[in-house]
Design a protein around this ligand. Structure first.
Ligand code: ADP
Length: 595
């Protein structure tokens, strides 16, 4: 819970300004509902009064017919039928237009916020995602945004119309009888206090419920995306329990809110009942003493009902409003998160870099006082093949993340072609890199589209050429649908080696000057590895390459070795001799470290 409700409402109004005319239209159409409802029994009245009875027809109807027209029983019946059908037609046209307008506005409003949130969340720092997790973002994009619709098209118009009715009824009451009006208005302050109390309680708890619901969803998400591990460890029951625990928390929260809401409603209704009873008592004594006629009392009591009805409607609405406000709060608190590493306002374009890098006393920490990289300095020449080695947790991936500007260093600078990387537009800078990971990431579309991801708009021929260069063409055309074969979610319908070759093809088609290879062959068998290494050799030609690897033979192909331990650079060897790595390896084995 971050912001005051009024502030959120102001912002939601500002963000949905494109839809104000639509919302106003929906509101106006809903106002037509009352007069139409009042007109509905009119046809029946006409038949009773003017068909069976002998009352003269209303002026407006007579006016529509020629002078001296004789109205018979049958003509009145026909007029009544025509009126009934016309009213039904108008009613249904209004219903139709409101329905369509409501759906159109509602869906567009939600889509608008979803897009805003999705675009923003994609650009938030990795640090944000590391701490919040994917499911929380999913919940905010999918569910929290729906509250914007509920609030703008449902709860808010109801609140406004109830409020208008309330004010007009109070004014009418003052015109009829000041004393009674004053008593009626007396219920407002205690109601106001009750409302404040309950809204405070409700909103905080709604926030907690949404957190719990998002946690339950995160279990589902985590399990479904790692089903193989869950199944192999036989953890289905445990995961089920984890889900139930979170879902139960949400349920308990919902129940608590229902109790608060119901108690509040109980208190309000009792307050109104006491007020009505006092009116009755006072009114009866007034009538007895002749201060008021019975008719006046009846009228006052009827108006009292008209004041209390909108009050009840406002209060009933408040629980839902609090739920929506909690969601809207969650939407805006994400939108207010700072985007990732900041792009300088003077950022300049970067076309194709030479692939020259310099780290100058770079330090970095994910958490304060726990340095992950300390004072790392080195220089890379264009076309260098850099092997990054070190034990697990030494900071190798962090170094690459800093290189790609996923994070900015806590101190020190990184240069590309002699200029600080912060000088360049982020998108331009990142376009300099192709990345091939140990676990290639594919999207659930066709093989062709997955390759095209490296170069949107690439032609079929370019895709085929890239696949050939990556030793992937052969296996792709063997498939029934060739390049149109779907790969399944995250490429699960392909083997590890096939996925890796597609990700290499993607790197070929991107043709970036810098290549990052993060253990690209460590999860493959030897034969597949050989095929991939061959393609990779081709890919590395003429590019600066950073390679995180534990493999000695792969490291041997590098002309520069960076060795990290505990976040510090322990060795930087250019053009090492044959003994260097084998000595390293035996030293590692003695220390029980992995190479
Ligand atoms: P390596 O790639 O050499 O195995 P990493 O660069 O992944 O090492 O990690 C270096 C250290 O930073 C480790 O201690 C790891 O626990 C920590 N670390 C890595 N990523 C994060 C993160 N997102 N948040 C906090 N700590 C992290």
């Amino acid at each position: 819970m971050k912001y005051p409700a009024l502030y959120l409402i102001r912002r939601i109004f500002f963000h949905s300004r494109r839809f104000w005319p639509h919302i106003a239209g929906i509101f106006l159409l809903s106002l037509l509902a009352t007069p139409i409802a009042l007109l509905k029994p009119y046809a029946l009245k006409l038949i009773i009064d003017n068909g069976f009875g002998s009352h003269p027809l209303p002026e407006i109807i007579i006016y529509l017919f020629p002078e001296n027209y004789q109205f018979t029983f049958n003509s009145v019946l026909i007029i009544a039928v025509v009126i009934a059908i016309t009213i039904a037609l108008i009613d249904n046209i209004i219903g139709f237009v409101s329905w369509v307008l409501d759906t159109l506005t509602g869906e567009k409003l939600v889509l608008n916020f979803r897009t805003l949130l999705f675009n923003h969340i994609q650009r938030l720092s990795l640090a944000y995602h590391d701490s919040k997790g994917t499911s929380d973002s999913l919940y905010r994009i999918q569910w929290d945004t729906m509250s914007v619709r509920a609030f703008m098209l449902g709860q808010l118009p109801t609140l406004i119309s109830s409020f208008i009715t309330l004010i007009s009824m109070i004014v009418v009451m003052f015109m009829i009888d000041i004393e009674f009006a004053v008593i009626a208005v007396c219920v407002l302050p205690p109601l106001f206090i009750l409302t404040r109390l309950s809204t405070k309680l409700l909103r905080k708890d709604w926030y907690k419920v949404k957190d719990a619901e998002s946690n339950a969803m995160s279990v589902v998400h985590e399990v479904l995306s790692s089903l193989r591990v869950v199944k192999s460890f036989g953890q289905e029951d445990n995961e089920g329990n984890r889900f139930i625990n979170h879902a139960n928390k949400a349920l308990k929260g919902q129940m608590k809110m229902a109790r608060v809401g119901a108690s509040f409603s109980f208190a309000v209704n009792m307050l109104l009942a006491i007020a009505t009873a006092s009116f009755l008592y006072l009114g009866a004594t007034f009538v007895q003493s002749g201060k008021m006629t019975l008719g006046e009392l009846t009228l006052v009591l009827a108006y009292l009902g008209q004041i209390f009805w909108p009050l009840q409607s406002i209060i009933k609405n408040l629980n839902e409003v609090q739920s929506s406000i909690a969601s809207i709060d969650r939407v805006f608190s994400v939108l207010d998160e700072e985007k990732e590493v900041k792009e300088s306002t003077h950022a300049v374009q970067l076309s194709r870099s030479k692939g020259e890098f310099k780290f100058e006393a770079v330090s970095f920490a994910y958490e304060k006082d726990k340095p992950t990289l300390q004072d790392v300095s080195f220089e890379i020449k264009p076309g260098d093949r850099v092997g990054i080695m070190g034990s697990t947790g030494a900071g190798k991936s962090t170094l690459v993340s800093l290189l790609m500007r996923f994070y900015d260093p806590s101190s020190g600078n990184i240069f590309i072609d002699g200029k600080d990387i912060r000088n360049f537009k982020l998108a331009d800078y990142r376009a300099q890199f192709s990345i091939v990971l140990q676990e290639p990431v594919l999207f659930s579309t066709t093989i062709g589209e997955n390759i095209r991801y490296g170069k949107p708009g690439a032609t079929e021929q370019e895709i085929i050429d890239a696949a050939k260069a990556a030793n992937a063409h052969e296996f792709i055309i063997k498939g029934k649908e060739g390049y149109d074969t779907p790969v399944g979610e995250r490429g699960m319908q392909l083997s590890g080696g096939e996925r890796q070759r597609i990700s290499l093809a993607r790197a070929f088609i991107k043709n970036a000057p810098v290549l990052i290879l993060d253990e690209p062959t460590s999860s493959l068998d030897i034969r597949t590895e050989a095929q991939i290494m061959e393609a990779m050799e081709r890919l590395m030609e003429g590019r600066t390459t950073f390679m995180i690897t534990h493999r000695l033979d792969t490291l041997n192909t590098c002309n520069l070795i960076i060795h990290l331990e505990n976040g510090k650079l322990t060795d930087l060897v250019r053009d090492h001799d044959a003994n260097f790595l084998s000595n390293k390896k035996s030293a590692f084995l003695n220390q029980d470290l992995d190479v």
